[in-house]
Design a binder for this molecule. Structure first.
Ligand SMILES: *Cc1c(COP(=O)(O)O)cnc(C)c1O
Length: 338
């Protein structure tokens, strides 16, 4: 039995209860059992991990009487796209602050940007140096909403705060049930980490639902920054959750397994071998990964297993966090490996 948890109110937006599926041919090649938690199937347009966070965040926005949500991300942000679409679904306006090389000549309207535009999000382009001031810039947007008589609700980068991370406590509870239906074996839940909310929710959630006692661990493959950075960010989010909801579990920094060393050329930059992994997984098992998050993390898993086949135990449960729309803007880069 999974203990009852003090979930905050949420708006059901995700097609949750996502399947846990085998990757038979990749498992045979890698010599460990590989399963995929298909969180790319949380919705066609809302595909991926952000909608699970937005279920809780947009409920809080509604409860506060907001009429406009404001958030930020990279130019092809899955989080901004999911926010713009989910906001439209519940009748809220959206403003997204997107980072790009040259705000004076924004990137083409493709992939997630196309969906942002389709959903009616107001886009504010900012430069890479200005990204350091993203929270102030979102506050400027909030002030503009207030000046126009509206009520803003600001969501941090990636929806990664204490409220948003409940989405991945919910996923941990699903995984506990999924895994209870299978033969028990030492396993690790592995996924891409970009702003830390998924990792915070899964690490704390796993503990809350008793996964460690069943030999199940959690490991986050960072696709940007480094282990020290994410240890700080994730520990802080978990501490906020434990304090705010008086949870019977907490996460200490040394309990986190951040699988560093796989950022490669940098955030949203691919190496040919990462693109080749995306191709190989698709051809072998028909699973589509994205270049920015899931493909990079999966390539990290393969690299780790090549060094130490027991790194993650006998079973790897890869959480597919979505990102499919990021594949299309990478078409030219992918072409040489196809
Ligand atoms: C945002 C994102 C992640 C990272 O999740 P965080 O909670 O931000 O760490 C992983 N995969 C995809 C496809 C994403 O869009």
């Amino acid at each position: 039995m999974i203990p009852r948890l003090p979930f905050p109110r949420k708006i059901p937006l995700a097609r949750a209860g996502t399947p846990l599926e085998p990757l038979p041919r990749t498992s045979a090649v890698l010599g460990v059992e590989l399963l995929v938690k298909r969180d790319d199937l949380t919705g066609a347009e809302l595909s991926g991990n952000k909608v699970r966070k937005l279920e809780f965040l947009l409920a809080e926005a509604q409860d506060q009487g907001a009429d406009t949500v404001i958030t930020c991300g990279g130019e092809q942000s899955n989080h901004c796209r999911a926010t713009a679409l989910a906001a439209a679904r519940v009748g809220l306006a959206s403003r997204v602050v997107l980072r790009t090389d040259d705000p004076a000549s924004p990137p083409p309207t493709t992939g997630n940007i196309l969906l942002d535009r389709l959903a009616g999000a107001t886009i504010r382009w900012i430069s890479r140096p200005d990204w350091a001031k993203r929270n102030e810039i979102m506050e400027e947007e909030a002030a503009a909403v207030r000046a126009a008589g509206g009520k803003p609700y600001v969501i941090p980068e990636g929806g990664s705060n204490a409220m948003g991370s409940w989405g991945y406590v919910a996923c941990a509870a699903e995984l506990a049930e999924d895994l209870a239906a299978l033969p028990a074996r030492p396993s690790t839940i592995v996924f891409a980490c970009g702003s830390g909310g998924t990792a915070a929710g899964l690490a704390l959630g796993a503990k809350l639902v008793g996964l460690p006692e069943r030999g199940v661990k959690v490991a986050a493959v960072n696709v940007c920054d480094d282990r020290a950075y994410f240890t700080r960010v994730i520990t802080r989010i978990c501490a906020d959750m434990t304090a705010r909801w008086s949870l019977p579990a907490s996460i200490a920094p040394e309990e986190l397994d951040i699988v560093d060393g796989h950022v490669g050329r940098g955030y949203a930059k691919s190496r040919p071998e990462e693109l080749a992994t995306i191709r190989d997984i698709c051809r072998r098992d028909g699973l589509v990964l994205d270049p920015v998050y899931t493909g990079k993390a999966f390539h990290g898993i393969i690299s780790e297993l090549a060094r130490d086949r027991a790194r993650f135990g006998e079973r790897v449960v890869f959480v597919h966090t979505g990102g499919i729309f990021g594949l299309f803007p990478a078409a030219e880069e992918l072409a040489p490996v196809l």
